[in-house]
Ligand binder design. Structure first.
Ligand code: MSP
Length: 493
């Protein structure tokens, strides 16, 4: 059986509609998935929503809505957003499903069999925003630094505990030697530091405090901790515990994609659960930064939250995808404002890329009846572009979308300069050969940009009179070909 390439995003809480951070993560995952498909890998992308936990429950209570209606309403908004963004996912998990509950119970039983679950009286501080226990040291003025508007809750109750401490040394090794690779390096170092002193974790809540979630097997008085339940989605979503073909073809995951705030859960708790359950570890964890606005975290309470649906309506999905992927260096935060977006789009997507395509294709249409002939074999230019294509492949593989875009735009810039310096408007015998070379550059740009702006690249493919371009079609190989009608891809905002 051939192993498929399995990519996951975090599953989002549905205590509100999707926000910009959710849009960013799913766009990254989709671009990474499309890139791998372009390399002819058999890719499977899973996303979904996290429908359990205190956060969802408390919000539904506050809004006085039946929990099921509340979850369905918000989950459907996530699906709507992902459709508007052209995200091609293969599975959408919801953690309220019966299959998920069954799978989580199965995993829980494995942890029990390994002797890693025990009961103890516990008093602890809890941030509902993070769905996580906090130490005094982690709080700033008694509040969680990531959720300063929320009060910390004090829990004093009997809980089941999970022996994270038993696995910390083994995980430390597996992460140190990249068996489980954490990218970027700064996040790897952060988690290694955390693992040195990792303690056991509370893994359940009394049902009297949280009457919503997966019930502990053989103890209906307790609900399984939301992170144990949520992390398991990566297995239950592909049929773990059901003798499923999908599971056999997909696990271990090739890449989990998450934000920096949930590093600990994915790089400490998750591998510990898997080791305890005797399941292979995932291969890689990509950890992205946060999307901010004017340097500040977006939040409803500060009044600076930006609605992704509004932005897509205003600019269109491709521009939105292009901006988000181009505004963050791996591991760093990025900034979103409409002014920043306009500047970036006008200078990069419009003046550079779109103009190069239109000036070339419309010129051939007008002066040469849309026919290209043979290449003007400019060896230096072609070598430069081929070298850049190798670099871009490496950057895509390493999840460095900002750099990917910079290199792609450099190629487009080379194309513009080549067009300009060869003056094809003089219509001498060399002109159509120069233009043919430009068409080849445009074809390559189309392939390179397709994971980022798929819908615009579909249109460009039509103009080029080509179909289903993939990575293997890169290169200066298009000659004696007839183009379709040219159109402007992007206009100045
Ligand atoms: N439900 C958990 C994840 C469970 S995965 C087994 C959760 N949900 S979340 O809705 O809070 O976040 C979902 C993803 O969105 C996380 O990877 C998180 O880091 C990411 N983002 C949330 N806000 C973000 C930004 N402002 N910017 C970028 N990504 C951020 O955590």
């Amino acid at each position: 059986m051939t192993k498929k390439f399995y990519i996951t995003t975090a599953i989002a809480y549905v205590n509100g509609p999707p926000h910009m951070g959710h849009a960013l993560e799913v766009i990254e995952a989709d671009a990474y998935s499309r890139f791998n498909k372009s390399l002819d890998k058999d890719v499977f992308l899973q996303t979904g929503t996290d429908e359990n936990g205190l956060k969802n429950w408390q919000t539904a209570q506050k809004e006085d809505i039946d929990i099921k209606d509340f979850l369905n309403r918000n989950t459907s908004l996530f699906k709507k957003l992902y459709a508007e963004l052209d995200v091609e996912y293969d599975n959408f998990v919801v953690t309220s499903s019966a299959n998920h509950h069954l799978g989580v119970k199965k995993i829980w039983n494995k942890l029990v069999e390994s002797g890693d679950i025990y009961k103890k009286q516990y008093k602890g501080l809890y941030c509902v925003g993070c769905e996580s226990y906090k130490t005094e040291k982690e709080l700033v003025d008694g509040k969680c630094p990531d959720h300063p508007t929320k009060d910390i809750e004090i829990f004093e109750e009997e809980n089941y505990f999970f022996k994270l401490s038993k696995y910390k040394d083994e995980i430390f090794k597996l992460i140190s030697n990249n068996t489980y690779e954490i990218v970027p390096e700064s996040r790897k170092n952060e988690i290694l530091e955390f693992l040195k002193n990792a303690n056991d974790i509370s893994f359940s809540r009394p049902i009297t405090k949280l009457p919503h979630g997966v019930v502990v097997p053989n103890d209906p008085e307790h609900i399984i901790y939301v992170w144990c339940d949520a992390l398991s989605n990566y297995l239950t979503g592909i049929g773990y515990g059901q003798d499923s073909k999908d599971y056999k073809e997909l696990w271990p995951a090739d890449a989990h994609i998450v934000g920096k705030d949930i590093l600990r859960f994915h790089a400490a708790y998750w591998p510990a659960i898997l080791l305890s359950a005797g399941i292979e570890l995932p291969k890689k964890l990509f950890v992205h930064g946060w999307l901010l606005t004017n340097g500040q975290k977006m939040s409803k309470s500060t009044g600076n939250a930006i609605d992704p649906f509004e932005e897509i309506k205003a600019f269109g999905k491709d521009i939105f995808r292009f901006y988000l992927l181009g505004c963050m260096s791996l591991g760093r935060d990025g900034d979103y404002t409409r002014d920043l977006l306009k500047d970036k789009i006008n200078s990069e997507l419009v003046s550079n890329f779109s103009n190069f395509c239109y000036r070339t294709l419309s010129f051939i249409e007008k002066k040469y009846s849309s026919n290209v002939t043979t290449l003007h074999n400019d060896v230096d230019l072609i070598k430069k572009i081929k070298d850049k294509e190798e670099i871009i492949k490496e950057l895509y593989n390493n999840f460095k979308f900002k750099k990917v875009l910079e290199e792609i735009l450099n190629i487009s810039q080379l194309g513009n300069q080549y067009f300009q310096s060869n003056e094809p408007w003089k219509e001498n015998p060399k002109s159509i050969m120069v233009l043919t070379t430009c068409v080849n550059i445009i074809k390559d740009l189309c392939i390179l940009l397709k994971p980022i702006i798929p819908s615009a690249c579909d249109k460009l493919e039509k103009q080029l009179n080509l179909k289903n371009l993939k990575w293997k079609d890169l290169g200066f190989n298009l000659e004696n070909h007839k183009l379709n009608k040219s159109e402007i891809l992007f206009k100045k905002i």
